[in-house]
Each structure stands twice: as C-alpha cells, then as structure tokens.
Design a protein around this ligand. Sequence first.
Ligand SMILES: [Zn+2]
Length: 338
Amino acid sequence: MNVATTAQQTTSKHTYRPGFVWDAHACLPLDPNTPIDLLDKYVAGNVDYVCVNVGMDMNTIPHILRVIAAFRAKIAAHPDKYMQIEKFDDLAIAKSKGLLGVGFDLEGSVMLQDMPDMVPVFAKLGVKQIHFAYNRNNSVAGGCHDVDMPLTDLGRDMVKSVNANGMIMDCSHTGRQSTLDIMAVSSKPVVFSHANPKTLGGHERCVDDDLIRACADTGGVIGICGFQRFIKSPNVPGVPDMIRHIDYAVKLVGVDHVGIGLDTMPSVPGTTDFPDGVDRAYYWPAQRGYGPGAGSAAVFDPRKLPALAGGLITAGYSTDDVDKIMGENFMRVAKESW
Ligand SMILES: [Zn+2]
C-alpha cells in the first residue's frame, strides 16, 4: 500500500475498473411499486454486486414480505440486467454474464420476532446481511441513538443463528456496547456495511476508532457510506470526500478492512417506505440532526464509482489495493459467511 498523496490532490478525471465492485448497502423505496430500474445507476457505475435493503425495525412483517416478493419478481423479470444472488458462487456467474448481482439486507431484528429460527427463513428469501438494531434499542441489541446497552442473551443466540445460516453479520446503526459484544460473540467476520469514521463524520451514527479496530480484528470491513450527513461534506459528496474517509480507515486498520457501502436512497413520487405508519421522530431524533430543516440528504452517486476507483489510483493506491477496497474485501467476508 502506498498512500503517499492526499485526497486534495486527487482527480476524478481518470477512471479505473476494479476486478469486482461491491456496494454493501443501498436503499430503494420499500414499496412493491418501486421501479427496479433504479438499480441501473449501479449498472452504469460498473457495480457487480449491490446489497439492497428490504426492511427495517419499524416495518411490519407483512410489508417486508410484500417488498421481498416484489423485488424478487422484478429482478427475475430482467434476466438481461440483474441476477438474484442466493449463494457465493452466484457472484462469479453474474459477473461472467455481465449482470448486476443483487442481494438483500435487513436493518434491525424486530422482524425476527425474538426467534433465532427466523434467520434461516429470511436467508431463504435472499437476505444476505443483517444488523440487529435500527438506531433504537430492542429485545436483541442496542441502537446507536439510544441508551447504550449490552447484547442480550437472545442477541447472542441471534448472532449464532446468523453465523450458522449464511448471512453477513453487520453492526451499522447498532449501539456501541452491543457492537463490541456482537464482535466478541461472532465466529465469522463482522462488518459495518455502511458507516463512517466518527473522527471525520462527527455524527452519533458514525463509528469511533475503537469500533473500527474491533471490526478489523474480526476480519471484517467498514463500508464507507456516501451519505452527506455522515461524511460531513458541505456539498453533494464527491470523490475527494469518499477518499478522505477511505484514507482515514485504511491508515487506522489497513487496506484489507475497508470497503464501500454508499447507502443511496432515491425517493420516488407515489411510493412510501411506511404504509403502516412510523414515528419518524423516534427512529430519527431531531436532536441527532434528523428531520425537516436538517439539511440535504444527498448521497455519493454510484455512477461515480469508476471515478472513485481512478481517484484512489491517483492518490497513490496500487491497483491491488483499489481492488480490495472496491469489492474484494467484502467478497472475502461473504465467502466466509455465506
Ligand atoms: Zn442504514
């Protein structure tokens, strides 16, 4: 690894195509009517695999199942563009056919209904990654915007079930002590699929250096998020913003433990994430900078990922290192987890 130059000196004029591009977390409107061609931005960004959210702690199970059914059907209806990823070997098949591989993730554990046996059920529906708490505490684990609490006894059984049933264990949105407990209990690498270093991002949703080190110690990966509020950019996050966060994490834990998890969240008129209602102020507290008037929620555009890869080369990273950051690191975790 050679990180000789700083992010300020980089340029996005040059692009580079890594061996495999992995975006560890994306949101689509959680609505059966969501147009699946929103994923074409990932195709345009040369992404090979994207993990799409299909439900959070505040979504009901009937709603989550409708979303999963609709997304699966729409992916299957476009075999010329997309491929549902069920197992590790599917990644290479999708890549060889020039298709965008799509897996699902869950943000929270309320939908598991306090049953570790629910994990394999969702795994069979295409859920490849899960974190246990969405900002707020629940019966399994603590959330990052709530009173800090340890992983519960039920949570320990949930980690074992995630490890045993082929999902990547994620700790985005999770509280500090629960994160450390999950990382101590898990027999597989634990990731932050979409999070930013707190030293740079400042926000409570970001993760401090100790948590990033603990993640790396499991063999895990921190997926750098492109969300403006957490990347702390005055403008729509661009290549230099992403490189600033990647550089920080690489210097802290090494190039084997950093990846990409942009967390794009397009809004589509006529669709809703919450047909059954939600207390937004509870899950996104105004005192944590959420809500009306809190500023733009712009996200790094996945179509700029080739420019990000090129920018990393310009910044002094080797092509081997860029390949790791842009996809191979998360792929390594998937190989161990799925
Ligand atoms: Zn999230």
